[in-house]
Design a protein around this ligand. Structure first.
Ligand code: CP
Length: 324
């Protein structure tokens, strides 16, 4: 069976086989090495990509732009006001037109079905740059970061501490199921992922070492972890009862004591960012009770959060090079 990813869209990562996910990570590590050596294969010369971000982004949008530029392609940012998905023009028509102009389309949207519909009609690869439900390019960077730190993914133990229904952890679960990772989702009661989703992912049986454990017990979730992954407790967009969310997550902050619960002195700290880890944001000054990690851990020697952010670009570049 061919392992080629040419023409494939990335919507949830479920579309990609375990071998293809692993190939993307290995390729990203190689592309990072080449970039460090100032070697740019420019394998996407003269290609044009469209970036439609209906929601704010720092990392993902710049990752697409720089990945394209490094490979000799142009990334064109289109405002959602210009692309009137479904309001002034049907999604199908817009997708067909963009597919004639561009060689690939990155979309950050609210709902996944919009991206699925564009992918169905565009005729070129479409990449999910985050929806409410999924964040697949983030998961690629996260597991690349473990791999480049010498952690074998099959059998690796990662503890995600945060909202169990969030897009980030959903994509981590999908990737973990493909890669044989033991993922512990550590989250308060009422914030657990949908059991049907966990059951479905475990039903794939891609890899006997895959485990997805959902627990509200920090000690159970963190013991033996190779990496502890924090996420904001409150999404940056939307009207949330922030004090109530912070009350739910009290005791789930990643600090020195939490890292010690791993009983692994080499356990890495990961964060998808944006992060609240000090009082340097308006959000944290207003809601100091909702700070999910301490500065000591976030800026500590075992934190790989900034590497992870950089790896967004290398993994997205691997995705573009492999699918276009
Ligand atoms: N982690 C992440 O997706 O960051 P941005 O929202 O800045 O793209």
């Amino acid at each position: 069976m061919s392992n080629s990813m040419k023409g494939m869209s990335l919507i949830t990562l479920e579309e990609f086989s375990p071998e293809q996910v692993q190939a993307l990570l290995s390729q990203a590590i190689e592309l990072k090495r080449k970039k460090r050596a100032r070697i740019f294969p420019r394998s996407l010369a003269d290609r044009n990509f469209c970036m439609i971000f209906q929601r704010p982004s720092c990392r993902t949008r710049t990752a697409f732009a720089i990945a394209a530029a490094d490979e000799g392609a142009q990334a064109h940012a289109m405002s959602p006001q210009e692309i009137r998905f479904g309001s002034g023009e049907s999604i199908k028509d817009i997708a067909r037109v963009l597919g004639r102009m561009f060689d690939g389309i990155a979309i950050r949207a609210y709902d996944t079905p919009l991206i699925e519909e564009v992918a169905e009609h565009a005729g070129v690869p479409v990449w999910n740059a985050l929806t409410e439900q999924h964040h697949p390019t983030q998961a690629l960077a996260d597991f690349m970061t473990l791999q480049e730190n010498g952690i074998a993914l099959s059998g690796a133990k990662m503890a995600y501490v945060g909202e169990g229904k969030a897009n980030v952890v959903t994509s981590l679960m999908v990737a973990a199921a493909k890669l044989g990772v033991e993922l512990r989702v550590v989250t308060p009661k009422g914030h657990h992922p949908e059991p049907s989703l966990v059951d479905r992912l475990l039903g794939w049986r891609h890899n006997d070492r895959t485990k997805i454990v959902v627990t509200s017990d920090m000690r159970e979730g963190l013991l033996g972890a190779d990496a502890v992954y924090a996420d904001m407790w409150v999404p940056m967009e939307g009207n949330w009862d922030i004090p109530a969310m912070a009350r739910d997550f009290r005791g789930y902050q990643i600090n020195r004591e939490a890292m010690a619960m791993t009983e692994n002195p080499r356990a890495l700290f990961l964060h998808c960012m944006p992060a609240q880890h000090n009082l340097q944001t308006e959000f944290a000054r207003k809601h100091p009770e909702a700070i999910e990690a301490t500065d000591e851990v976030f800026d500590g020697p075992l934190s790989r959060a900034i590497d992870q952010a950089e790896n967004r670009m290398h993994t997205i570049k691997a995705l573009m090079v492999s699918t276009v």
